[in-house]
Design a protein around this ligand. Structure first.
Ligand SMILES: [Zn+2]
Length: 196
């Protein structure tokens, strides 16, 4: 009997430890389905510039390189193509965006939370740039993509990378560009968080 009690106690303690571990990992980021660079097949950046935490801005873009993508394979191929274009044609050090969101509702890690992007001149050091894969001049991103975008924004706050009172704007709120497309821009401005 005593032996059974000891075994029960051990099982109980182990279960509690597992529960605690699960809790420690479940910030707002647990809702975000990240695809890391090694998974989508990124090439190495030529160089990186660190990005401070506690940032003021999220800046939303679209990739404008065609329709959306619906599988991890197809979205990964698109992200690799964008990285090639940014490195080889634009001559940037890496893919310009911090993150990209696919029609598969996954979040593809570009420069991530800790490295400065190349997506909005004079705001790159103060913002996280997120690009929705597809063209949103007339069509809106799917509700799944918008939910992924919402979860990603909260994740940045939970990690202390972005201020809880952050501003969120479309690229065209800062420069003369069609990006992120008027359909997406009106959704972004509907959040009421764009204050420059
Ligand atoms: Zn843009």
């Amino acid at each position: 009997m005593l032996k059974m009690d000891v075994i029960r106690l051990i099982v109980f303690v182990c279960c509690m430890m597992l529960l605690q571990t699960g809790r420690a990992n479940s910030s707002g980021c647990s809702d975000v389905n990240f695809v890391q660079r090694s998974t989508w097949g990124a090439s190495s950046p030529r160089s990186t510039t660190s990005l401070a935490g506690n940032l003021d801005y999220y800046i939303i873009h679209h990739t404008a390189d065609g329709g959306s993508c619906s599988t991890q394979n197809a979205c990964s191929r698109r992200v690799r193509g964008i990285q090639n274009h940014h490195k080889n044609n634009e001559r940037w050090n890496d893919i310009g965006y911090n993150f990209l969101i696919g029609g598969d509702n996954r979040v593809y890690v570009g420069r991530g939370w800790n490295n400065q992007g190349a997506h909005a001149p004079s705001y790159n050091s103060r913002s996280i740039g997120i690009s929705m894969i597809g063209n949103y001049v007339s069509a809106q991103p799917s509700s799944g993509m918008m939910t992924a975008l919402e979860n990603l924004r909260q994740c940045g706050v939970d990690l202390g990378k972005v201020k809880s009172g952050y501003h969120a704007c479309g690229h065209s709120d800062f420069s003369s560009t069609l990006c992120p497309g008027s359909a997406l821009r009106s959704l972004v401005n509907g959040w009421g968080r764009c204050d420059r």
